[in-house]
Ligand binder design. Structure first.
Ligand SMILES: *[C@@H]1O[C@H](CO)[C@@H](O)[C@H](O)[C@H]1NC(C)=O
Ligand SMILES: *[C@@H]1O[C@H](CO)[C@@H](O)[C@H](O)[C@H]1NC(C)=O
Ligand SMILES: *[C@@H]1O[C@H](CO)[C@@H](O)[C@H](O)[C@H]1NC(C)=O
Ligand SMILES: *[C@@H]1O[C@H](CO)[C@@H](O)[C@H](O)[C@H]1NC(C)=O
Length: 771
């Protein structure tokens, strides 16, 4: 974000240098703790040595619904390391009389078998029950926070009191999941989740709101809101500011307004696979031409008065079926070379059968908690000769655990730590891997160094495998420049969608400490950090939720990775809430590595100074794929490419080692650095591709001159783009035909509203390759 430049300079670097305060060495001696019996493995599993797990009942909270637990819980948060901690709540009711405040990298984790309740007392003082973000407002530089499996209850508090249950002014890597918000029915003052200022998150999922004035009050650049039930909430979603949003699987019951998107500062909203009953207005939008909206598969019954109101006037009543789109906004139809602005047009739309459930909605999966596993079925890798200390080579020991666990139907638990990996780990069918907060798997060594012999760190199955392979709560990182590295290669498909699934798995390659990179780049050959972050090969079918893929930092070409997501899947792939975001400032660079041996303060400052990010060639590349759903894709250009004339132009180091289907930029002049800027999306030879809410930002160059194409799309069928927003790219879509690219959708033809002082261009529907 442009605003992050300001934040970076305001914050300064002093925080980064106080190393001792960042990584307190104290741990908890688990054997002195009173670990209550629970059926949930995460609560009862043996943890040895230093741990980031903090069970609030072990540490003074009562959870009896009578005792005031405010001080005890806040004390647990306070004594937890700022570099990452799991504040665990066993089942119970925790009475709280004033607001709780999270630390950086706090994970608030409840027992999913019977979600614990955090209950505001009748005499609650203050206006926020849990402040989840470091700052109340504008968390563009605040990352990695989780709240899951909890109930927040304010029904005992006066319904007229102004009260937010969670303030969540956060950006990428954050997630609130499987949470119930109980608020007084008819309340004028209670808000479930509120973000303030400008923030850049991607995903909220599987939430329920009972009562309350507002369920979600959002002020963010983008969001995918998945699987939410609003039950008697006056305004379910109030959009204060949002460039692009996808609401998916929302159910409105007894609400006055489902989505209120009438504020200035809201641009495009996709409402899909949703339903309403006893609701006055499902979607309320602004009349301005720059406010665009897409409805698909929105089912309402006769108790719903208006499906869409624009500028206060009813524009649509009744349902929009699953094979239709209702559109207000600018579209590029088949054969059209200029935008046509429509107001309430119905467009026939197809969805591939393998991507949808039996009611025609795109498949969604509830993230696994593995709560049915007994503690005996869970293997803690640290009990099996795996060090997780970031220095010892864990490759062989991890491989042994994973192979044995798959054969024995066991869950593999990686406690918080950094696991050094020097060769490919093969993950077979029957694998379920779970991290803690975010456990880091870190590639290192010569096996990954040869650009001509690409090699995965984590390889999911072999081509043709059909089975289960899931990972949750991991960071995949790199210790040293590895031009031949593919961090994650997926070859497997599932019997059911989600069998091959990745939940809360991130690739924050620019985080200080994740990579020890050369500060200067002596030759192109030793420069790239890695080739691809994620490669989904043709035989794969994969389900993703909440992922942050971000490039290594530096003004140097040294720190670039070639590609983010490379999707060749034929079997149906769902990518929900993917972001590639800004470089965290020093104070936020504490998380990934706590071991001092390779925490390089200098490298960290260098990276923060340069504030560089993003993959060199492409962020998302979909090639010869069939059936891809992408819910939200937030992205920024690599700063080193657009800030100054880059010294190495795409495809750079990978020119001799491109995978078939990676862009060779042959359509650009040899020295045309603007044309050779990495693409946000490159989609070729594919069919049944559904791309929602693409937010593409080029900040360092405040004009269209230094990036020619945002996306290049060519030779596709049934490609549907619903909502693409671009800042500072000359062309929004270039179309590839043979080896030439034609600028079809220009930014200037689609100039949009003012957004935070920036002028984004929005295309509501790109349908030129939709037949
Ligand atoms: C942990 O506490 C137990 C019981 O008090 C004690 O025997 C053991 O030495 C302690 N371990 C460490 C590493 O302090
Ligand atoms: C809807 O909300 C009401 C009032 O808060 C509550 O009693 C009811 O159980 C909720 N319904 C469901 C299905 O959760
Ligand atoms: C299909 O998905 C939608 C939206 O997520 C959900 O509301 C619906 O219940 C699902 N239908 C079936 C049959 O699972
Ligand atoms: C178009 O894509 C198909 C695969 O869907 C491929 O077989 C064909 O060669 C491509 N054509 C061109 C001109 O790239």
């Amino acid at each position: 974000m442009k605003l992050s430049f300001l934040l970076l300079s305001q914050i300064g670097y002093s925080a980064a240098l106080s190393y001792a305060s960042v990584f307190p060495s104290e741990g908890i001696n688990r054997s002195t703790e009173n670990t209550a019996a629970s059926t949930f493995w995460f609560e009862s599993i043996k943890r040895s040595g230093t741990t980031v797990y903090r069970n609030v009942k072990d540490l003074g909270a009562k959870g009896d619904g009578v005792t005031d637990d405010t001080a005890a819980i806040q004390n647990v948060i306070r004594m937890s390391p700022a570099a990452g901690s799991v504040i665990y709540f066993p089942t119970g009711t925790y009475l709280v009389s004033s607001g709780l405040k999270a630390n950086s990298y706090s994970v608030f984790f409840g027992d999913p078998t019977n979600r614990p309740v955090i209950k505001a007392s009748a005499s609650f003082s203050g206006s926020v029950l849990l402040t989840g973000s470091v700052r109340t407002s504008s968390g563009l530089a605040d990352f990695f926070r989780t709240v899951k499996n909890l109930v927040f209850d304010t029904t005992a508090v006066s319904p007229t009191k102004r009260l937010s249950l969670i303030v969540w002014s956060l950006s990428q890597g954050s997630q609130i999941q499987n949470v119930l918000f109980n608020m007084p029915v008819g309340s004028g003052g209670h808000i479930g989740i509120q973000s303030i200022g400008t923030n850049s998150p991607t995903f909220l999922n599987d939430l329920q709101f009972n009562g309350g004035a507002i369920g979600l009050s959002l002020s963010d650049t983008q969001y995918q809101l998945k699987s939410m039930y609003f039950n008697g909430t006056t305004t379910a979603i109030k959009v204060e500011q949002m460039l692009l949003c996808t609401g998916q699987g929302l159910r409105f019951e007894r609400v006055t307004t489902g989505v209120d998107s009438t504020a200035t500062g809201t641009a495009h909203f996709n409402l899909i696979d949703s339903s309403a009953t006893n609701t006055e207005t499902v979607f309320a939008g602004a009349a301005a031409a720059v406010n665009t909206v897409v409805l698909q598969n929105v089912q309402v019954d006769s108790t719903v008065q208006a499906t869409v109101k624009i500028g206060g006037t009813v524009s649509l009543t009744g349902s929009v079926p699953a094979d239709q789109t209702w559109l207000k906004g600018n579209k590029y139809a088949m054969g059209a070379t200029s935008p046509e602005v429509v107001s309430g047009e119905r467009i026939p739309t197809t969805r591939l059968a393998s991507l949808v459930n039996s009611s025609g909605a795109f498949v969604t999966v509830v993230p696994p908690t593995y709560q049915d596993f007994t503690t005996a079925q869970v293997v803690n890798v640290k009990e099996h000769s795996v060090a997780g200390d970031g220095t010892r080579d864990d490759t062989a020991a991890i491989q042994a655990v994973i192979t044995s666990a798959a054969a024995n139907n066991q869950l593999v638990f990686f406690p918080y730590g950094t696991y050094l990996i020097t060769d490919t780990i093969k993950v077979p069918k029957g694998s379920r891997l779970v991290g803690e907060a975010w456990s880091q798997l870190m590639a290192s060594g010569s096996k990954f160094a040869d650009v001509k012999n690409p090699r995965p760190m984590i390889q999911i199955g072999v081509p043709g495998d059909v089975g289960v392979a899931q990972m949750s709560d991991f960071i995949l990182g790199i210790k040293s420049a590895s031009p031949g590295l593919v961090l994650l290669e997926i070859n497997m498909a599932g019997t059911e969608p989600g069998d091959v699934g990745f939940f809360n798995v991130h690739f924050p390659l620019n985080m200080g400490g994740t990579i020890t990179k050369p500060r200067t780049c002596s030759s192109a050959a030793n420069c790239p950090s890695n080739h691809i972050s994620v490669h989904m090969t043709p035989s794969s079918s994969v389900y993703w939720e909440n992922t942050w893929v971000s490039d290594a930092g530096g003004t140097q070409y040294s720190t670039s990775n070639g590609g983010g997501f490379f999707v060749e899947s034929q079997g149906g792939t769902w990518i929900n809430g993917v972001g590639s975001g800004q470089s965290p400032p020093p104070e936020e660079r504490r998380y990934p590595v706590r071991e001092s041996s390779y925490w390089r303060v200098q490298a960290m400052i260098q990276a923060a100074n340069n504030n560089v990010e993003h993959s060199a060639m492409y962020q998302v590349n979909i090639h010869n794929a069939k059936g891809v759903f992408l819910g939200v894709h937030q992205s920024e250009s690599a700063y080193w490419q657009v800030q100054t004339q880059a010294s190495v132009l795409n495809p750079g180091s990978w020119s001799s080692a491109l995978f078939a289907g990676e862009p060779n930029f042959g359509w650009c002049g040899t020295s045309d650095s603007a044309c050779r800027v990495g693409l946000y999306q490159y989609v070729t030879g594919s069919s049944d591709i559904h791309l929602y809410s693409g937010g593409f930002w080029n900040f360092p160059c405040a004009s269209d001159a230094c990036q020619t194409y945002a996306t290049v799309l060519g030779n596709n069928t049934k490609l549907f783009v619903w909502g693409q927003g671009v800042i500072n790219s000359k062309n929004m879509v270039g179309e590839l035909s043979g080896s030439t690219v034609s600028p079809i959708v220009t930014r200037q033809a689609n100039i949009g509203s003012n957004f935070n002082g920036l002028v984004p261009s929005i295309v509501a529907a790109y349908l030129r390759q939709s037949s």
